[in-house]
Design a protein. Structure first.
Length: 582
């Protein structure tokens, strides 16, 4: 297959010719470093917040729906702007739009770090995601302009590595920054870290990146962009905050309307494709290609799995099992390391297996997720993070085999002139998949925490009764304390904000304080309830709920594996020139 022609027309700097890669740009590796720093930051900010959610929730007094939005709205805003951002680069110049996006992303990161409330943080994350959507589509085109055909594969390999590593290293870096607590910034450091990188990239980008533009597209499809954004927000917003507000009528109306609005987008784009003087965001001819349509579905389903898994993973380890952000991040390091290994080795596997490489990747993820379920079931409330590492490493290897070549395999059958639109749409649905996965996993997880609460509290009763008897309480007093403990735990796990103290818990604390028993007995009772029974019940509850939510990821990766079989078979050599990565 011939190399992808992105239609790039570079404004030639002095001493070079205007074709992509016609003359080696002496600053090409600096340009690559600048653009890849943008990619790395964008992918990092997709997952770096996950390890900070407990700290963020505690500091800002956020509800769970609000902290879900902190994660999900970034991916959603990113997705809504991606295709439009690519078209803006075609029309107004890739360098210009890239630098505008970088400036906006850096400023938005500063606003996120300084956020005084959850609402302010969510709004800043929307801005950050929109600016990411402006930057991301320009990077591949800038690489095409800057590098010769001989050097381009190496540059694209580094691009794929930046995408993968930025995604999986987010929790590790986030945990480390929170642990360092530089200048008492706590979770805010995960956003402030973008500032020096963004400013340096801006200065080097202004000095080194040449301007380029795309041929053909001279008019922006504003109507299509508005319809697409409305459809995506109508789908994601109710999923994220509907549970928090007991599924009000407006949320159900939006869920019903969202597929209709998205269908209208495709109808509108089809009409626009038939007009010679118009430039649709997505040419309708793409959807006639089986590899593209199946690839879109695979991308939504697959990307609903990994980020949603790590959101529940970090919430469980930190809130349920008392891990610090850095220790929770270190548990995930095995996944990150093996995803890097899998990405590096995926090219060799693709040469032998072609499309089947994606099936191997999803298969390994299924094995790894099954191992996580088995470990959680076997260990129960005695779980130690290191016990999950072998399963996470298997899953990470599978993730590398899928993530690195998936775009190239899916786009291998697409005609060169449509590859830019196809890759933009593919990146869009990947971000949509992330947002949907986080929303659905959040609904499942917090629903399970409530339904599993009574069973979890019962596991702590035998030892609690023994401790209360040892403290000198009568059987009647023991029954009163254990009943109060169960009521309190049930109420706490079924409320919308897990950090709040339910009225039943406050009443029990007051009752214990006023009980006519010696202070020494009160201290022993408090130690038995708060020091042992509550942590034991919490571990059991989070462990059981985490185990059950992982079946959602099993479903995502299993369906992805089946859908891979529906992709048209391609020769391994057909994907060699197509950029990989998510």
């Amino acid at each position: 297959m011939e190399s992808i022609d992105t239609g790039v027309k570079a404004a030639a700097p002095p001493g070079t010719s205007p074709g992509p890669g016609s003359v080696a740009n002496p600053a090409r590796w600096v340009i690559l470093a600048v653009t890849l720093s943008a990619i790395f930051m964008q992918m990092l900010d997709t997952t770096i917040t996950m390890v900070a959610l407990p700290s963020l929730q505690s500091d800002l007094g956020s509800t769970f729906a609000e902290i879900q939005l902190v994660v999900a709205v970034y991916s959603l805003a990113f997705a809504c702007v991606l295709v439009t951002g690519g078209r803006l680069g075609d029309i107004y110049g890739r360098r210009k739009i890239f630098l505008i996006g970088m400036l906006g992303f850096t400023l938005a990161s500063a606003l996120c770090g300084a956020a005084p409330s959850s609402t302010f943080l969510i709004a800043s994350r929307v801005l950050q995601g929109m600016c990411s959507g402006l930057m991301f589509p320009q990077v591949l085109s800038i690489i095409q302009v800057t590098f010769s055909a001989k050097e381009r594969p190496k540059a694209l390999a580094m691009y794929g590595a930046s995408v993968g590593l930025g995604t999986v290293l987010g929790p590790v870096l986030g945990g480390w920054l929170i642990q360092l607590n530089i200048m008492d910034t706590d979770w805010r450091a995960i956003f402030y870290v973008n500032l020096p990188v963004g400013l340096i990239a801006l200065l080097l980008g202004l000095a080194k990146i040449p301007e380029s533009s795309g041929g053909g597209a001279r008019r922006l499809d504003v109507t299509g962009a508005v319809i697409l954004s409305a459809g995506l927000f109508s789908l994601i917003l109710p999923l994220v905050i509907g549970r928090e507000h007991d599924w009000p009528g407006w949320s159900l109306v939006l869920l019903v309307l969202s597929p209709l609005v998205l269908a209208e987008f495709f109808v509108y784009e089809n009409k626009l494709s038939k007009l010679a003087d118009r430039s649709p965001l997505v040419p309708s001819g793409l959807f006639k290609e089986r590899s593209f349509t199946v690839g879109l579905v695979i991308s939504v389903v697959f990307f609903a799995g990994i980020p949603s898994f790590f959101m529940v993973f970090f919430m469980s380890l930190q809130i349920g099992f008392g891990y610090t952000p850095i220790s929770a991040g270190l548990v995930s390091l095995g996944f990150a390391a093996l995803i890097a290994v899998g990405s590096a080795r995926s090219a060799a596997v693709v040469k032998r297996l072609g499309t089947k490489t994606l099936a191997v990747g999803t298969g390994l993820l299924l094995v790894g997720m099954s191992g996580v379920i088995g470990t959680l079931h076997w260990a129960g409330s005695d779980l130690h993070g290191y016990q999950l590492i072998p399963s996470l490493m298997i899953a990470g290897l599978g993730g590398g085999f899928f993530l690195a070549p998936c775009t190239g395999i899916i786009l291998a059958g697409i005609r060169s002139r449509e590859a830019g639109s196809a890759s933009g749409m593919l990146a869009t649905v990947q971000q949509v998949g992330i947002a949907i996965g986080i929303a659905v996993a959040g609904i499942l997880f917090y629903g399970l925490l409530g339904s599993n609460a009574d069973g979890a509290s019962r596991t702590a009763l035998p030892e609690l009764r023994s401790d209360l008897a040892a403290a000198g309480l009568s059987e009647a007093q023991q029954a009163q304390v254990t009943a109060g403990f169960q009521t309190c735990f049930h109420d706490k796990m079924n409320q919308k904000d897990l950090t709040a103290t339910p009225a039943s818990c406050a009443a029990i604390e007051k009752q214990m304080a006023n009980a006519p028993v010696p202070a020494e007995t009160k201290a022993k009772v408090q130690a038995a309830v708060l020091g042992k029974a509550v942590p034991e019940a919490r571990k059991s509850n989070f462990g059981d709920s985490f185990e059950q939510v992982v079946f959602w990821q099993i479903g995502c990766f299993g369906l992805s594996c089946l859908l891979v079989l529906a992709l048209p078979k391609i020769r391994p050599e057909d994907v060699q020139d197509v950029p990989g990565g998510a």
